[in-house]
Design a protein around this ligand. Sequence first.
Ligand SMILES: Cc1cc2nc3c(=O)[nH]c(=O)nc-3n(C[C@H](O)[C@H](O)[C@H](O)COP(=O)(O)OP(=O)(O)OC[C@H]3O[C@@H](n4cnc5c(N)ncnc54)[C@H](O)[C@@H]3O)c2cc1C
Length: 624
Amino acid sequence: GRLYSKEDPLTILSSDTLKETLLNSSTAWLVQFYSSWCGHCIQYSTTWKALAGDIKDWEQAIRIGVLDCADEKNFDICKEFGIHFYPTFRYFKARSSTFDIGKAYKGPDRELQTVRQLMVNFLQNHTPEVWPPQCPPLEPSRSAEILSLVGQKADHYTAVIIEEEDSYIGREVMLDLMMYGGMTVKRTLNLDKAFLDRLGVSSVPAVYLLYPNGSHVLMDVKKSQRFFFSSYLKLLPGVHRKRGSSAQRVVVSGSKGQKPAEIWKDFDKSKVYMVDMESGLHYLLRVELASHQTLTGDELKTFKDFVTVVAKLFPGRQSVVKLLETLLEWLVSLPLEKIPYDAILDLVNNKMRIAGMFLSEQLQWVGCQGSQSELRGYPCSLWTLFHTLTVQAALRPDALANTGLEEDPLAVLQTMRRYIRTFFGCRECGEHFEEMAKESLQQVKTLDEAILWLWRKHNQVNNRLAGTLSEDPHSPKSQWPTPDLCPACHEEQKGLHVWNEERVLDFLKQHYGASNISPQYAMGYAGLEPLAGQSGKADERRRPPDQTDAPVLRLSPAVHAEVRADTQPKPKPSMTFLVLGFSSLDMSLCVLLYTLSCVFLMVVFFFFRMRSKRWKLKHSRLYV
Ligand SMILES: Cc1cc2nc3c(=O)[nH]c(=O)nc-3n(C[C@H](O)[C@H](O)[C@H](O)COP(=O)(O)OP(=O)(O)OC[C@H]3O[C@@H](n4cnc5c(N)ncnc54)[C@H](O)[C@@H]3O)c2cc1C
């Protein structure tokens, strides 16, 4: 295979596309001409992909491409560009109106940080005439200019990076934020002592933040590193990625049945919300799967395994777990090869009125709520559910005992993979996920590795989707957990951001652990009222905290009506008897048996009575 795929955050060029891409391009380019048989190119491909991912947000200023000179169809173009050795790196300026073979720009090494800094230098070498139109000016501002902004009101934040002359952090953060609205980043040098004293800056690099309302403060960032600065600025309320800012335009519509939402619900992003997972399960069981009339063969097996994993591992409320367990028992006890989905729906809707078993029919998103109806919601709840299941599998390794899945560290991931491939409504997502699974799932050997695998792959998806239309501008796709959630998860090595995976694992176990799942807003079993001890009160008509003019969310009754259309009326809670856990089904069976025995005894009684009467009559006639 080739070294790069369309999944990588870079552009794969060929003889057909190279010239037209470079000519009069609105961005500068750095192209690696490589050969897929060259060992060094193979070794270097990981660094190149990491670099492309690292500077993905710069793509309206400078982009990264690759061209494989070992591909027969590229022989001539590589000759024309004078490529003799591999890999060869060429820089191409933006808005170039004539053909040129690019500039070889060399640094002391090919380390990611060095190349990134060379890219910044190359950008700065553009004259104003050919400056990439979307690229912000990268020159430092004078201290007087910055001071003139302090205390002024504006319609955006201004972040001022104060740094040393040879530092790149300011320019890198400016480029990191160039696709974000609501924020302007400037840089200034630490040359003016009076200026630094005025802002209270004692060490550099530092970020001074000017708020839209005129207030200003020296930002307290945990680590003075590029990744921390950029992440903090991107996460400020009101700062959002400009929609459609990426070349990619993949849209995953949230889910059928999602309509505008009604009320913005305040939530804490360090928590997982039970109501998101319950809504996800409701949608999955009553809508997504219900489009399959009958389950048979592989579909049925996938469904059974899914129910097994969820019933055993979901750290949910008792009423939901009971429903899942009952569904599992029922599936296991039925040796059928084919099950009509209506029969499953009857159980999910608790037609038999079994006591204490209930899954709300409300679609309600809290941690997964989007600023528009088609954003977030169901796919977000699926990720949340599966992360929770991988964590539960590691925390409770015996939970899957006697299910046939107990020995397998991949049980949850394989079940997820098969569910996504077989049933998930977004086919393209399923195909992408399948590709990722094929590539590396077999390397997972322990339950902890399974947690980390899913985290890594989710981040890969986040990276691919950042800036596409399926990104909610109020919940930008970032590499997660962000430094505000887990500062210890982030480190920097040679200027490159790296994860501390040990810390990430601890964080994931805590974040998706049962004690971090908030029951807030979850609907009660009997009357859909908030659960005891919870306020459950949505902050009426509030907008997302960072929104100034965004549409108000509405959870329309139509959503519920549509989803409920096929479903049964809400189950009436049944009684339990003698505190022995008899359900109404048990009681109905008892009553039925009791009635049948009575009828049988009465029939026997009347039969013998008639017989004895007839016998008496016969004998009395004889005597007469
Ligand atoms: C298996 C799968 C594949 C998908 N593939 C595609 C696709 O190819 N194209 C497409 O357009 N959409 C795809 N989607 C949908 C997409 O990934 C998002 O779910 C959707 O855009 C909603 O995004 P979100 O902002 O709500 O955050 P999501 O990405 O859905 O994340 C939900 C929550 O999980 C947490 N989280 C984020 N990252 C991580 C992580 N790395 N580890 C653990 N927790 C994390 C955060 O709290 C976040 O709010 C896929 C969804 C799934 C379930």
